[in-house]
Design a protein around this ligand. Structure first.
Ligand SMILES: Cc1cc2nc3c(=O)[nH]c(=O)nc-3n(C[C@H](O)[C@H](O)[C@H](O)COP(=O)(O)OP(=O)(O)OC[C@H]3O[C@@H](n4cnc5c(N)ncnc54)[C@H](O)[C@@H]3O)c2cc1C
Length: 907
């Protein structure tokens, strides 16, 4: 008997391990989809074309794979994950714009955020950051807040104490210790406990992902609590834990101040939930550059690219089921009409209460499994936000990229209980807590978008019941009593704010209004005006709840995503999307984000050790080119090229041809010639069926195309042409001697340094693709292509000599010699100059038949009338039709052109 327990435990451990690490489904993070940064769009009318696409039945795509109800980050995030593996998804939003809590609105020219003020864990290469970069194709940028990122203000103006909260583990501790001398032990212990509890969050995800019987086994045997300090600490209240640490009331308050980010006062808050927030901001806080609307703006196109759509003014009034209790679609209210849309899968981001209590038919609502889940959750607290539009810049108004948590005193439990349980008119006059944030001060694009203006958003808690009587009135027209109550809140909130920000005076206010819990109901679909969805008090963190409320609901084909599925906050809601996506796609996406982060970090560390990236200088179809500087004594300038190359065959991984190309690039590292760009490092990391390639090269700031564009109309001197051409041929001879064919020689791939040195670039990559470092138009030109390549015949190193001949002519003409736009036209242009070859010279292996109609007969040794005999002779030898008759680089270098220099008629 005593053997059975360890055997079961080992079997369970093996099962869990296998389950977690086996990921048979498609991976949305398989390829790095970050593209070059596009110019930011500030024009709200333009952005609204993406964010405000109104619902009409004709815009619903056919053959949907899934319908998502709600366009919060939990809905859009999941939509992107599914779209990235090719699924066609329809996201339906009840409000008139997409984004949920991430939406923004504009009043009197002031743009306000609703539910995004700061987000943690977005340092480079964290799983969160890498995931968001992929989910926005690298377009969403994050701006760090100041350090200190939060300021805690306690007490009335006559006895106000301010405590700055710094990020960085060491700084956080050091600065707190400066404020509270003698409390060092308590401060160290607090962070130690918070980190230990916060680190246990992995089990939360696991309980939702493991097969239900396994998750329940972990819960009911008590293993979940034993395995994770998070669940061990979860039943302990925040007040209880901090009271054990210190007697200092201000320090207790500073330990607990951030409860406002999840909405439970310290005596009701779980220490574990609190610890997640403390660790979330331990490495800093970030704000989306360009405002919160950027989030949805960059996600929607990814959903659309896969054939899906994000439609607003689309309130779902019920979920449709077949006779077997399987979700088969949704019904959307269009005016008084119901529009039915069908899909094999319905996912709700509308919150657990909306989904189960409003969108299910009564008989399914009554199912015991549904009732059980509902009985485990309760509504969270309501929120009230005051939006202030100000005249003045951030400097004039004393605003910074940080947040203020202002409390009437340090006894938070007492203050909040009195306030929330008090008479509403009295409570309105004595708001005990406000959170103050200025989006305009955080966003570096603000000054450009709204010069001379600023915004403030001030948030506090408020009971839904205080406002419920007006819930059915028309929005913005709820009558004088509602207005009066709102005004009372605005006045007391404003007073508290102005006491801390003396430069903000009433005369600076151009716009002010408040959103109450019933506004949250209207605009965010929050059933009871909740600020963070379902309640996050101690009961939420019993392991049984996590093993019971899971993405897969008791009803087939119906899933839940977003904050109620995991935790509140931007990161919590997106974790809900990852959890739901993991279930739908049958792979552990949490793990995938960790792998993605490790991979990106590995690549960057490799580079960072030796180089510092300075600026992006070019883009190509497969990646980016950066200007970089060598770290250390030499400080050489470098070009760093990053590519992600997709495999041809998803079954067989990275194709052998690519491996050969990379091997060639590695060989090039050992080759050293003054006329070939030095490849300093080439690294290739296979990622699934793709290859992430990084090349580090010496940096040369212009290519031959740019160089020629600056030459005066009188042209280049003969000596200069000779010098350029000699260097080019020397480089080519070196490549050919080392059995390297360039195959894509053209002015864009030949670099000319400021000292006139010529360097051949982009060798070895030609077969994979072309990649122009200079910002030339993205056409792959035919103009330098040898006839045997155009005729699809066998070729050798002489193809490079043909291109060299074309470039030689261009050095005189300052324009390309043969400018065809199709392969046929290109051949015709060539034959117009060199004459049509005889039929016996026509390649035998070409699929293109010989025809006298291709061009005029005969070969010419005087190809360009304005060139002298030496130039024309060298040119005609480079442009010989038969590859075997074409001059080699080494022979060309001994051509009389380089020895003699009669005057050219072009000069
Ligand atoms: C005032 C405030 C400040 C906040 N500040 C921060 C912060 O600084 N940092 C942070 O990380 N988090 C913050 N949060 C929390 C964070 O914004 C949310 O936890 C998170 O964005 C929730 O995302 P979600 O996708 O789960 O839900 P939501 O964003 O609420 O999305 C749900 C969507 O479903 C729609 N919907 C509901 N019912 C229907 C229906 N029947 N048909 C169609 N659509 C429907 C809603 O309209 C809504 O758009 C804040 C929240 C608020 C309210």
């Amino acid at each position: 008997m005593w053997l059975i327990v360890p055997v079961i435990l080992v079997a369970l451990a093996i099962f869990v391990f296998k389950y977690v690490f086996s990921s048979p489904g498609p991976n949305p993070f398989e390829t790095d989809t970050r593209g070059p940064l596009k110019k930011m769009v500030h024009d709200m009318k333009e952005k609204n074309k993406v964010l405000k696409q109104g619902f009409v039945a004709s815009k619903v795509p056919d053959n949907l794979d899934a319908i998502i109800i709600g366009s919060g980050i939990g809905g859009l995030g999941l939509g992107v994950l599914l779209a990235k593996v090719g699924k066609k998804v329809l996201v339906l939003e009840q409000h008139d714009r997409a984004g949920g809590c991430c939406h923004t609105f504009t009043e009197k020219g002031f743009e306000f955020d609703v539910g995004i003020h700061y987000i943690g864990e977005l340092m480079d290469h964290t799983p969160s950051r890498c995931m968001l970069d992929q989910m926005t194709n690298g377009q969403l940028q994050w701006e760090p807040l100041e350090n200190p990122f939060d300021q805690v203000v306690l007490g009335p103006p006559e006895n106000q104490r301010r405590y700055p909260i710094y990020s960085g583990k060491t700084r956080f501790l050091e600065e707190l210790k400066k404020c509270f001398p003698g409390e060092e032990k308590a401060i160290d212990e607090y962070l130690k406990l918070a980190k230990k509890a916060g680190d246990g969050i992995w089990l939360l995800a696991l309980l939702k992902l493991l097969p239900s019987p396994v998750a329940k086994f972990l819960v009911y045997t008590g293993l979940a609590k034993r395995l994770s300090f998070f669940f061990k600490m979860a039943p302990r209240s925040l007040t209880e834990v901090v009271n054990e640490l210190t007697e200092n009331k201000d320090l207790r308050a500073v330990f607990t101040y951030i409860f406002g980010t999840y909405g439970n006062i310290p005596k009701d808050a779980s220490f574990s939930m609190h610890s997640l927030l403390v660790t979330h901001f331990l490495n800093g806080a970030w704000y989306p550059k360009g405002g919160a609307s950027e989030i949805a703006y960059h996600m929607i196109p990814i959903i659309e690219k896969a054939g899906g759509a994000v439609l607003v003014r689309a309130p779902v009034n019920r979920i449709l089921f077949n006779g077997s209790q399987e979700a088969i679609g949704v019904s959307v209210m269009k005016g008084q009409e119901e529009v039915h849309i069908h899909a094999p899968m319905v996912i709700s981001n509308a919150g657990i209460f909306n989904t189960y209590q409003k969108l299910l038919p009564k008989e399914l609502q009554a199912l015991p499994a549904i009732q059980k889940q509902l009985s485990m959750m309760k509504h969270g607290e309501g929120g009230l936000s005051v939006f202030v539009g100000l005249n003045g810049t951030k400097e004039e108004l004393g605003l910074k990229a940080d947040n203020y948590w202002i409390f009437a005193e340090n006894n938070f439990d007492e203050l909040m209980v009195n306030y929330m349980n008090g008479d509403r008119e009295e409570s309105a006059k004595k708001v005990p807590l406000v959170f103050v944030a200025s989006a305009s001060a955080k966003d570096p694009t603000w000054e450009e978008r709204s010069p001379g203006k600023s915004t403030l958003t001030v948030v506090t808690f408020a009971k839904y019941a205080w406002f419920e009587e007006w819930k059915d009135d028309k929005v913005k027209n709820r009558g004088p009593e509602y207005k009066e109550l709102k005004q009372a809140f605005i006045d007391s909130i404003l007073k508290m704010t102005m006491e801390v920000f003396p430069k903000i005076t009433r005369d600076k206010i151009e716009y002010i209004d408040a959103g109450t819990p019933i506004s949250n109901n209207h605009y965010l679909g929050a059933m009871k005006g909740e600020i963070y969805g379902a309640d996050h008090g101690i009961d939420r963190f019993c392991p049984e709840l996590y093993a019971t409320v899971r993405p897969q609901t008791p009803l087939k084909n119906l899933y839940l995503t977003g904050q109620d599925m995991f935790l509140c906050g931007f990161t919590g809601a997106i974790a809900g999307a990852l959890t739901c996506g993991s279930v739908i796609l049958n792979r552990n996406l949490h793990l995938d984000t960790i792998v993605l982060a490790k991979k990106t970090k590995r690549m960057n560390d490799k580079l960072k050790g030796d180089y510092e990236l300075l600026a992006e200088v070019g883009v190509g179809c497969y990646g980016k080119v950066y200007k970089a500087k060598e770290v250390g004594d030499r400080q050489r300038l470098l070009a760093v090229k990053k590519f992600s190359i997709r495999g041809e065959d998803s079954e067989s991984g990275v194709p052998a041809s690519m491996i050969r190309e990379v091997a060639l690039l590695r060989k090039m590292e050992d080759l050293n010639h003054p006329n070939v760009v030095k490849l300093l490092d080439a690294s290739a990391v296979p990622v699934g069926t793709s290859l992430d390639l990084t090349l580090v090269l010496e940096y040369i700031d212009q290519d031959l195309l740019t160089y020629l564009s600056k030459v005066p109309a009188t042209g280049l001197s003969r000596e200069r042409v000779k010098d350029l051409m000699r260097q080019l041929l020397q480089g080519l001879d070196f490549l050919h001697t080392n059995l390297v064919l360039h195959r894509d020689l053209k002015p864009e791939n030949i670099l000319v340094s400021n000292h006139g040195e010529v360097k051949i670039a982009d060798f070895g990559l030609a077969r994979m693709h072309t990649f122009n470092m200079a910002l030339t138009p993205g056409v792959v030109t035919l103009w330098y292509r040898a006839p045997e390549v155009l005729l699809n015949s066998a070729y050798m190193s002489s193809v490079d000599m043909w291109s060299a001949g074309c470039i030689f002519a261009e050095l005189f003409l300052l324009k390309p010699l043969f400018q065809g736009y199709t392969e046929v036209q290109q051949l015709q242009k060539i034959f117009e100059v060199i004459g049509l070859p005889s039929e016996k010279d026509w390649p035998k292996d070409t699929p293109v038949p010989y025809s006298p109609s291709w061009g005029p007969k005969g070969s010419s040794t005087k190809l360009l009338p304005n060139l002298g005999p030496d130039e024309n002779d060298l040119l005609s030898q480079c442009l010989a039709f038969r590859p075997s008759g074409r001059i080699s680089a080494i022979k060309a270098l001994s051509h009389p052109f380089f020895a003699r220099h009669p005057k050219s008629s072009v000069e």
